[in-house]
Write a protein that binds this ligand. Sequence first.
Ligand SMILES: NC(=O)C1=CN([C@@H]2O[C@H](COP(=O)(O)OP(=O)(O)OC[C@H]3O[C@@H](n4cnc5c(N)ncnc54)[C@H](OP(=O)(O)O)[C@@H]3O)[C@@H](O)[C@H]2O)C=CC1
Ligand SMILES: CC1=C(/C=C/C(C)=C/C=C/C(C)=C/C=O)C(C)(C)CCC1
Length: 319
Amino acid sequence: MMVLLVIVAGLGVVTLLVILFAPHIRKYAAGGVCRSPVSLEGKTVLITGANTGIGKETALELAVRGARVIMACRDIDKGEESADSIRASCAHAQVEVRQLDLADTCSIRAFAQKFLAEVNQLHILINNAGVMMCPYTKTIDGFEMHIGVNHLGHFLLASLLIGLLKRSAPARIVVVSSLAHNFGWIRFHDLHSQGSYNSGLAYCQSKLANVLFARELSRRLKGTNVTVNSVHPGTVNSDLTRHSTLMTIFFSVFSTFLKTPREGAQTSIYCAIADELHSISGKHFSDCAPAFVAPQGRSEETSRRLWDVSCEQLGIQWD
Ligand SMILES: NC(=O)C1=CN([C@@H]2O[C@H](COP(=O)(O)OP(=O)(O)OC[C@H]3O[C@@H](n4cnc5c(N)ncnc54)[C@H](OP(=O)(O)O)[C@@H]3O)[C@@H](O)[C@H]2O)C=CC1
Ligand SMILES: CC1=C(/C=C/C(C)=C/C=C/C(C)=C/C=O)C(C)(C)CCC1
């Protein structure tokens, strides 16, 4: 009985402290803000997964700054709804929605073909779309969903658009990765988790692949005036937790400690526009500042091997 009373009293004190310090906690949780005054008049931006969460807020901010923003969404209706809400909050926003399903290489190829025929410049590509902790599922091409969408789909997309980015230089690529890369390993012997599957580890593997991809691509883009950096957006209260009831509950209970999607978009925006990053490439950022990369994310051997394996899996050549 006494123990129970102590626990209840303890919880009460913690709740009271959280309520009292809520404004300070919120300010701390919000993290870094992109303070760049850069205007994006005349610039074209492509953002994947732009219909919700971090992607939508990134689209809004870049549109406010005058860019033509192309929102690549797998569900056109959801995309149009988000584009309408962006137009409603920014009358001069030039936003358009195009269909792209990163879980289907035919969709990626069709998207790129139309894009290259209709859009003649691309200054900023933001590989933002992502899935987390979904039950074991395969993409149309038979890839495990996390590595398929988060890494291979974006790898193929970037390979198809890289010529346009080079022709539009100076240009930037932002790869939205995660702190979760710290807990990932590239399981070359079982990249698609056919032997054993853990949804959390599959997510971490895909986010490590994002970091390795950004580093390897940056090495290969030296001298082109196209830069590529990876980003950890922070822990953001978005739809990302949709496949995990536990995480969804956890995120709503602790929402005061989490970033809003707008706050989570700040580092992507920073990497996409900040003047001081014009020649910075192959780096990892969080809270609009350089961030730690786990040793497995710094291995040149792993990044080269992942590059080769990715080309092999997608049946493409990219050197
Ligand atoms: N939220 C967080 O705490 C963190 C997020 N991140 C990363 O940030 C990025 C954005 O996540 P966040 O905004 O939080 O999550 P959301 O779930 O809110 O947004 C994810 C976006 O990706 C899209 N998407 C998913 N699968 C596909 C697909 N097959 N083809 C095209 N688009 C697809 C979704 O479309 P639809 O709505 O139609 O499903 C949605 O637009 C992700 O890469 C995530 O890994 C990294 C660290 C922490
Ligand atoms: C432990 C802990 C937290 C939870 C962090 C979590 C659950 C992070 C999830 C990160 C994700 C989903 C990354 C995606 O790439 C809070 C609520 C921040 C604050 C209290 C301490």
